[in-house]
Design a protein around this ligand. Structure first.
Ligand code: TTP
Ligand code: MG
Length: 355
């Protein structure tokens, strides 16, 4: 039987929460991110997007494009809290919910009585009525296409991609829309004149295997409408959660590197919070200027999810590394997950109320 998969993604998530909490920001171009010229945009409201502002754009450029934009520093704890409320609604509707980031989740609604379109409208209405935020939903028969669909009519859109629409609907899309293709692969494809999925469809599986390596054949399947990945509820099937960055210039001072680990720890907390899981192992990754990679891990005696806990272990690992050379890339991951018990959740909520 054909599966029915939904991909739910909040619209301009951090910026929408700011507009929800601060009515004077509604209808205005709002940018979440540091306002210093060296910062980057985390996200921005759709009012700011009209000016060409987008996530990961350097702040100085965003200011040039939209001089009237209102900058907000952001409140990650608040975003996690709202995210949790949204996912609670989803968990109440369906057993098979896979949270993939702070503002997106897949649902496998194959076994539900109602049609996917009805469920999508229901989710949209409940999140708007009960929380006050808009989201977009993609409907299709696999995860890849559901994700493409949720992006189709943003904001507040619902789009269904059926089997009959393949491949036509994919043909005009830029290659960066293919889940699994990183920035490097996109550049590699562009270099040989492949810009759209339509261009990609001129090549066979062997080509992607050789040209893109590991992900090649999976990417080939996806653009041909095949994606057998299951919606897996627990920890999303991921063995680790983390992030890394290539530094704009090599750094050899531990104190200069620590702020990166702190920033990564915040991101990790958001995801752990959204997934209701904790982790036991913290790993830092360092790549030296000459591309030699080092990792250092620590497995703790108890599970953690707070950024302050992850951060302090990461900082200790970096101190213990004994850095004596310049670093070009730094990363932080956590692994060894456990679903968080309801008791622990309550404890956390009590603690937050108390603070
Ligand atoms: P996204 O869902 O990618 O973006 P969005 O919800 O802001 O906008 P859209 O309507 O296009 O879905 O990311 C969710 C949140 O994650 C976003 O609100 C802020 C954060 N984020 C960053 O901090 N940095 C980034 O580069 C991106 C892409 C997102
Ligand atoms: Mg979003």
């Amino acid at each position: 039987m054909e599966r029915k998969i939904l991909h739910v993604d909040m619209d301009a998530f951090f910026a929408s929460v700011e507009q929800l909490d601060h009515p004077k920001l509604r209808g205005k171009p709002v940018i979440v991110g540091g306002s210093s010229d060296r910062g980057v945009v985390a996200t921005c409201s759709y009012e700011a997007r009209k000016f060409g502002v987008h996530s990961a754009q350097p702040t100085f450029m965003a200011k040039k494009l939209c001089p009237d934009a209102i900058f907000v520093r952001g409140d990650h704890h608040r975003y996690s809290e709202v995210s949790k409320q949204v996912f609670e609604i989803l968990f109440g509707i369906c057993d098979k919910v896979q949270v993939v980031s702070i503002d997106e989740a897949y649902l496998d609604v194959t076994d539900l009585f109602y049609s996917p379109m009805y469920i999508a409208k229901h989710i949209k209405k409940r999140v708007l009525d009960e929380i006050g935020l808009t989201l977009s939903v993609g409907i299709s028969y696999n995860k890849f296409l559901a994700k493409i669909a949720s992006d189709w009519n943003k904001p507040a859109g619902i789009k269904e991609i059926t089997r009959e629409m393949i491949p036509e609907i994919l043909v005009p899309l830029p290659v960066r829309k293919v889940h699994g293709l990183g920035k490097k692969s996109v550049e590699k494809l562009n270099k040989i004149g492949i810009y759209t999925i339509g261009d990609m469809l001129n090549y066979d599986k062997e080509f992607f295997d050789t040209y893109l390596g590991k992900m090649g054949s999976e990417v080939y399947d996806r653009i041909n409408g095949i994606d057998n990945r299951e919606v897996s509820p627990e920890s999303g099937g991921r063995k680790s959660i983390g992030t890394e960055t290539t530094l704009s210039k090599d750094l050899d001072n531990v104190e200069d590197l620590k702020p990166y680990l702190s920033k990564f720890a915040k991101k990790i907390e958001e995801i752990l919070e959204a997934k209701h899981i904790s982790a036991k192992t913290v790993t830092i990754k360092l790549k030296t200027f000459d591309f030699i990679q080092h990792t250092r891990s620590k497995t703790l005696s108890s599970y953690v999810y707070k950024s302050s806990d992850v951060e302090s272990v990461a900082h200790d690992l970096l101190d213990d590394f004994g850095l004596n050379t310049a670093i070009r890339l730094i990363g932080l991951t956590v692994s060894n997950f456990e679903d968080r018990q309801q008791e622990q959740l309550n404890l956390f909520d009590d603690l937050m109320n108390f603070l």
